[in-house]
Design a protein around this ligand. Structure first.
Ligand code: KG4
Ligand code: ZN
Length: 348
């Protein structure tokens, strides 16, 4: 078959990203982060869409250049249609439409969460990466989502468990905010946790039915615990930062892993992938690898560049839709929420 070049565009939250794939292999994956939100402790939607407008043309030019191709070589443009912040999504969606019209090539809409999962199918340059086989389970954990999904085929996915309140990434970010760490706090907690004792402080784990999750209670107990400690010692956080980070991280990971283990037992599927921003967490990655050693699971852990939001994951999903001839009309508009009705991280 003729070679396919897909341009992927991702603009659902606060990262503007463009990537080029040659069939299922990545040629480039350019990501522009938006530092503007740090001082607000969360993503400010209006600032995010303005920054996307500024970034999108240079990011796409850079992705094409790094891939060593020209616009006319592209076979199709894949873009994130949702879920995410509407103003942000609108920038990527409008650009994809106009660009594809100018080049007379099709556009392909991609669901952001399906993109995170399908990032596991991006093949490396040598073509020797072991890819998941259907069916497999995926723990999808980001700032807006926490789900356990059965993937039966590229676009045949079933959500079998999800959070009833906060997402795992939000739990990390809110705990970090309570400790006055910068936004997004997940990577900071991960960093300090490496020097701390996960058993230093115990926080209660919720009992939620089936394969669903809840993280809002954990945030509240962490807040109240620190409030009480700070009354006794105003320097409590400074003195115990690493132990606090290690303990809260340990609790979040055990909540996640308990439910994934339950899902493996219930479904009999022991190929398990993890995807989304929180899959960058070193504690979660180690916990997955441990299950591979001790329980015989076959685990799939994404490369760091594919954990947080990126356009390569949108391009690979676009590639599989391209092979099926599934294209999108010019009238497509973004959607802010997926079937799971989860929200993205907004400044609070
Ligand atoms: O997938 P993503 O980039 O954006 C969304 O779709 O939400 O995920 C962002 C989330 C944030 O909550 C961030 O704190 C979290 O991923 N995150 C981490 C780590 N790196 C990013 N959480 C824990 N440990 C990390 N190393
Ligand atoms: Zn994401």
């Amino acid at each position: 078959m003729k070679d396919t070049y897909i341009l992927g565009i991702e603009s659902s939250c606060d990262d503007t990203s463009a990537a080029v794939l040659l069939n299922n292999q990545m040629l480039s994956n350019v990501i522009a982060n938006q530092a503007v939100h740090t001082e607000f402790g969360g993503v400010v939607p209006e600032l995010a869409s303005r920054a996307h407008q500024q970034n999108i043309i240079p990011v796409i030019a850079s992705a094409l250049k790094k891939a060593g191709i020209e616009k006319k070589d592209l076979s199709a443009v894949a873009f994130t249609r949702g879920p995410g912040l509407l103003g942000s999504l609108l920038v990527g969606t409008s650009f994809a439409k106009a660009f594809s019209m100018g080049l007379n090539i099709p556009i392909i809409e991609i669901d952001h969460m399906q993109g995170h999962i399908l990032s596991h199918f991006i093949q490396n340059k040598d073509g020797n990466k072991v890819l998941p086989e259907f069916p497999f389970l995926c723990l999808t954990v980001s700032g807006g989502h926490t789900q356990i999904v059965i993937i039966r085929d590229y676009f045949d996915m079933e959500v079998i468990g999800q959070t009833i309140d906060d997402a795992a990434g939000e739990a990390f970010d809110k705990a970090a905010k309570i400790m006055s760490l910068p936004y997004p706090g997940g990577p900071f907690i991960d960093k300090y946790a490496k020097e701390g004792d996960p058993a230093a402080f115990a926080f209660p784990k919720p009992s939620i039915r089936d394969l669903d999750f809840s993280f809002s209670g954990l945030k509240t107990s962490f807040l109240y615990f620190l409030r009480d400690q700070l009354k006794e010692d105003p320097y409590f956080i400074d003195k115990h930062r690493s132990d606090l980070c290690a303990s809260i991280q340990y609790t979040i990971i055990s909540i996640l892993m308990d439910k994934v283990s339950k899902a493996v037992k219930q479904t009999g599927i022991n190929q398990v992938a993890v995807a989304g921003g929180v899959s960058a967490n070193s504690g979660l990655r180690n916990a997955m690898l441990k299950m591979q050693e001790t329980k015989g699971w076959k685990v799939f852990i994404p490369e760091f560049q594919f954990t947080t939001d990126n356009a390569a994951m949108i391009a690979i999903a676009g590639y599989y839709k391209f092979l099926r001839g599934e294209f999108t009309g010019q009238s497509a508009v973004p959607y802010s929420r997926g079937a799971s009705k989860q929200k993205k991280n907004k400044a609070k």
